[in-house]
Design a protein around this ligand. Structure first.
Ligand SMILES: NC(=O)c1ccc[n+]([C@@H]2O[C@H](COP(=O)([O-])OP(=O)(O)OC[C@H]3O[C@@H](n4cnc5c(N)ncnc54)[C@H](O)[C@@H]3O)[C@@H](O)[C@H]2O)c1
Length: 256
């Protein structure tokens, strides 16, 4: 069996405080990497917790705060080997009922915050002439349209566009940029979406869960670890010939 060993590598993860991001942090720590994470849920400005994990409280919707966070990373940790952009939010409403401020909030975190973090990581890798891997947690909503998720779907389509451009611009430097497109993952976000979507569609959260399961060819929804496994692969030398890709982790629900 080939084990992925990232001992000695520095991995930066946004949104590591819960759900898929927490699964990614856990798996990268198991791989031996040093993990620097930022999340709105963390309580400290910069808190090293043991030798291989540091957590920072950060609001990704503030571009200035993301810039300051990256300054801190470069000063204290050096140029990272891997960046995983996982933080994200969703709001639910049909487009004709939706509020412009919700659209702007979703874009500020899912697209603009991700763009600023990606830009800073890529610039640092470029200046240091250091190959690296940037991995965006997009969504199958970046490829399809889902009812009541206009802002979310648009923000994830934006992520896939940026991924392709950065992959082309950075390939010659050995910096790979890929996206992962999860399907239905059991996290706090998904549980809230079932409640809100149920109110909009006149269904219970349990009915929506049953509908979700029926749409997945592999017959079950995903756990955070299902997504983390693919992220670790993309960060590793096993994926050294992959860039500009948007990899579905959907149990077969999306095939394009
Ligand atoms: N759960 C799913 O079914 C699913 C499917 C496809 C894609 N995704 C994507 O996966 C990512 C993680 O989602 P999840 O399901 O684990 O949700 P989650 O709500 O469990 O976790 C999201 C994390 O992002 C953090 N976050 C939110 N806003 C932030 C901000 N302004 N600044 C810093 N951190 C912030 C939250 O505190 C939280 O820890 C998101 O980008 C989401 O769009 C989720």
């Amino acid at each position: 069996m080939i084990a992925i060993d990232l001992t000695g590598q520095t991995v930066v993860v946004t949104g590591g405080g819960s759900g898929i991001g927490a699964g990614i942090v856990e798996l990268f720590l198991e791989s031996g990497a040093r993990v620097i994470s930022a999340d709105l849920r963390y309580s400290d400005d910069y808190a090293p917790d043991g030798e291989r994990f540091a957590a920072t409280r950060l609001d990704l919707s503030s571009s200035q705060d993301v810039e300051r966070w990256f300054d801190l990373i470069l000063e204290r940790e050096g140029v990272p080997d891997v960046l995983v952009n996982c933080a994200g939010i969703s709001t639910m409403d049909y487009v004709i009922d939706s509020r412009t401020e919700d659209w702007e909030k979703v874009f500020a975190i899912n697209s603009t915050g991700l763009y600023v973090a990606s830009k800073r990581a890529a610039r640092a890798m470029t200046e240091a002439q250091k190959p690296g891997s940037i991995i965006q947690i997009a969504s199958q909503a970046g490829k399809n349209g889902y009812r009541a998720m206009g802002g979310y779907c648009a923000s994830k389509h934006a992520v896939l566009g940026l991924t392709k451009v950065m992959a082309v611009e950075l390939a010659a430097l050995g910096i790979r940029v890929n996206a992962v497109c999860p399907g239905i993952v059991e996290t706090a976000m998904k549980h809230r979406e079932r409640i809100e979507g149920g109110l909009i569609r006149g269904m219970t959260a349990e009915e929506i869960y049953a509908e979700d399961c029926s749409q997945v060819p592999l017959g079950r929804t995903a756990q955070p670890r299902d997504v983390a496994n693919v992220v670790l692969f993309l960060a590793s030398p096993l994926a050294s010939y992959m860039t500009g890709q948007a990899i579905n982790v959907t149990g077969g629900m999306t095939m394009h």
